[in-house]
Design a protein around this ligand. Sequence first.
Ligand SMILES: NC(=O)C1=CN([C@@H]2O[C@H](COP(=O)(O)OP(=O)(O)OC[C@H]3O[C@@H](n4cnc5c(N)ncnc54)[C@H](O)[C@@H]3O)[C@@H](O)[C@H]2O)C=CC1
Ligand SMILES: CC(=O)C(C)=O
Length: 255
Amino acid sequence: MTRTAIVTGSGRGIGRGIALRLAKDGLDVVVCDINAENAKKVSEEIEALGRKSLVIVGDVSNEKDVYAMVDQVVEKFGKLDVMVANAGICHIKWATELTTAEWDQAFAVNCRGAFLCDTAAAKQMIKQKGGKIINCSSIAGHDGFSLLSAYSATKFAIRGFTQALAKELGRYGITVNAYCPGIVGTDMWDLIDEKMGPYLKLGKGEVLKEYTKLITMGRVETPDDVASFVSYLASSDSNYMTGQTIMIDGGIVMN
Ligand SMILES: NC(=O)C1=CN([C@@H]2O[C@H](COP(=O)(O)OP(=O)(O)OC[C@H]3O[C@@H](n4cnc5c(N)ncnc54)[C@H](O)[C@@H]3O)[C@@H](O)[C@H]2O)C=CC1
Ligand SMILES: CC(=O)C(C)=O
């Protein structure tokens, strides 16, 4: 029977790459994003690959949206096999400039979002006696990044939550793991380059150039580089791996 995955934040960037890769792997894929237009486009790309798809326009930090999404998916596809909690945001400022509202927003989307998506999925997967939950951390979840303090804190938190949830869900045949991308050429990095530039007295494109020097493989990461690892985490090949948060960063963080 065809497996079904939800990928949050899959209207563009890394999430889109993961959604298309899982569709190529033979899964039906639900595209969840707050941006309806982008989500629809990706969903059409999935259907063009011969797979079924569903667009869910929703906010991962909103409990009602997340539970309604899982209900709709189970109603349409009969089950939920893979949850990829990928959606994330970042604020680029000195910590001393961050507002409390920005700090809370980062935690709402990046952490409450993962908590809601993972646990809503887990309740369904427990009934099914199995499933794959996959969270998104970052290199910034291993080393705190200057000008990304709230973001770094959320990505560290994802590692702790991934471990604890894995310990709770192993008995049901559910694995919980996380991936840590490095410096991926998406809109998020365009924003980082634009906003960090003035702080670091660097022009357009120069922040990315400086950070690229940290990458052992010598090139900026692509969404496909991340997606090929998430494909493994979503597959039965990773059935004996759980509670792990793994770098897929071209060799930036090695500890
Ligand atoms: N780009 C990079 O270098 C890295 C990214 N990451 C993480 O990878 C994930 C994806 O990042 P990118 O694709 O680069 O970002 P992006 O900004 O290009 O795309 C994020 C997508 O998530 C959606 N989104 C934002 N808030 C949402 C919400 N509340 N509910 C539903 N959807 C929402 C956006 O509409 C967008 O389509 C994020 O969790 C990010 O923190 C981690 C390490 C490096
Ligand atoms: C966006 C992100 O996680 C970094 C550190 O580049």
